[in-house]
Design a protein around this ligand. Structure first.
Ligand code: ASP
Ligand code: MG
Length: 411
């Protein structure tokens, strides 16, 4: 069994979905195809959630109908039956998805429809074109807790569910949703934005897959973001350890959570170009080889929070555990830590959870912060590279080790 994952950019239109068919049809053996929501559907569904939550129902319906029409147009362009077309986004937003008491819970019920519909469309299209397949429902198979928007997967139960579903079916090709799961009570959950890679890695782990391939709109794993830098270099092979470091630093190409499930079973993970599928791309696997070019990774939208003791009785060990307890409870994502005799600074992703965390930190510390920042990580740095990168930037903080430099810079 192999696992293929196609992201939103790959299935953004009829042409993209037709290309998925071409890639899938080349595969001889058993295959699980994991698909994200089409194009920017997840962002659009977030707008639907916000409009509904703020009781702007007309706006919500307008946006929702635009999403529905876009899906139906693509399905018609692909020549699908009108019965299939009508099934896409057939759910009535207002009547079928009641507002929950909790924003995150409501969010998941709405946002999961993106993947449910893209997978339904893809499955029908593959079927209509000679690739018979079975559609698997992750809300029923991938059991999670109730941490809505960042649900944690019960891997033991989910693995059993997935293996059974596959064994009981005679199919060779399975189509399913990335990014979503379900609770024991039957509610839908999501695993965190860009979580489809993680789903693909988990499924590979559950079925002991030969490999996972993430098909992307880039040639593979590059040493910098091609949207920001002109002369990027392809990294053909890297170890799981190196991949985790890159992903954690903010490399967009692969979700940080997706390495562990494949590393555990030593399953190679390929990142390959969707538009030129004959190219090899990159592979993450068990190797002692080290990446021999400098790698630049940007993590955007950062806030640097500095905590100072209210008096001079600052004890690092005590303060650290208190600070990180608060940070953990408020679901902040820490990208860098720095301490001095009387301060601790943390760089975090600037999410909507941050203000409440700062409020709580203020009970015990004097808190100041800077926002509108990016964290630039350079792996395989040298004094010359660092000097060059520091020259033209407004830098708040630099951390260096022998091979890695991390710069917190104003955007
Ligand atoms: N559709 C989801 C998102 O855009 C999950 C994914 O694409 O991986 O975040
Ligand atoms: Mg996406």
């Amino acid at each position: 069994m192999r696992v293929y994952k196609f992201g939103g950019a790959s299935v953004k239109d009829a042409q993209g979905i037709a290309n998925v068919l071409r890639i899938v049809a080349r595969e001889q053996g058993e295959l699980i195809v994991v698909v994200s929501a089409i194009g920017k559907t997840t962002n659009a569904l977030e707008r639907v959630v916000n409009a509904r939550w703020e009781k702007r129902d007309e706006d919500a319906i307008r946006e929702y109908e635009a999403i529905r029409d876009q899906h139906r147009t693509i399905a018609r362009e692909l020549g699908l039956d009108e019965t299939v077309v009508q099934q896409l986004f057939a759910t009535n937003l207002i009547a079928d998805i009641p507002l929950a008491d909790n924003y995150d819970e409501f969010y998941d019920q709405v946002v999961a429809t993106g993947e449910l519909n893209s997978s339904m469309l893809l499955s029908a299209y593959l079927d209509a074109n000679g690739v018979s397949n079975e559609l698997l429902s992750m809300p029923h198979l991938l059991l999670t807790d109730e941490t809505f928007r960042e649900a944690r997967v019960d891997t033991a139960v989910s693995a059993e569910n997935v293996r059974q579903a596959i064994e009981q079916s005679g199919a060779h090709v399975f189509v399913t949703q990335g990014f979503i799961g379900g609770t024991a009570k039957g509610q839908r959950t999501t695993l965190g934005r860009e979580g489809s890679d993680y789903t693909a890695a988990l499924l590979a782990n559950f079925v002991d897959a030969e490999s996972v391939t993430i098909w992307k709109d880039v040639p593979g794993i590059l040493n910098a973001d091609p949207r920001l830098v002109d002369n990027t270099i392809l990294i053909p092979e890297l170890s799981y350890g190196e991949a985790v470091e890159l992903a954690y630093s903010g490399a967009q190409v692969i979700h940080p959570k997706s390495i562990r499930p494949v590393e555990n079973k030593k399953i190679p993970l390929y990142v390959r170009p969707f538009n030129t599928p004959d190219e090899q791309g990159s592979v993450i696997y068990e190797t002692t080889k080290r990446v021999d070019v400098p790698v630049y990774i940007w993590r955007k939208n950062q806030k640097l929070i500095t905590m100072r003791a209210k008096d001079f009785s600052f004890i690092l060990e005590e303060s650290l555990s208190h600070i990180f307890d608060i940070i953990h409870r408020h679901r902040l994502k820490v990208s860098l830590i720095q301490s001095s005799a009387v301060t601790i600074s943390v760089c975090v992703d600037d999410t909507r959870y941050v203000p409440e965390a700062i409020e709580e930190l203020r009970d015990a510390f004097k808190v100041t912060y800077n926002e509108g920042l990016s964290l630039l990580t350079i792996r395989g740095t040298s004094p010359e590279i660092l000097k060059k990168e520091q020259e033209h930037r407004d830098i708040l903080l630099t951390q260096t080790t022998r091979r890695t430099a991390r710069l917190v810079v104003k955007e």
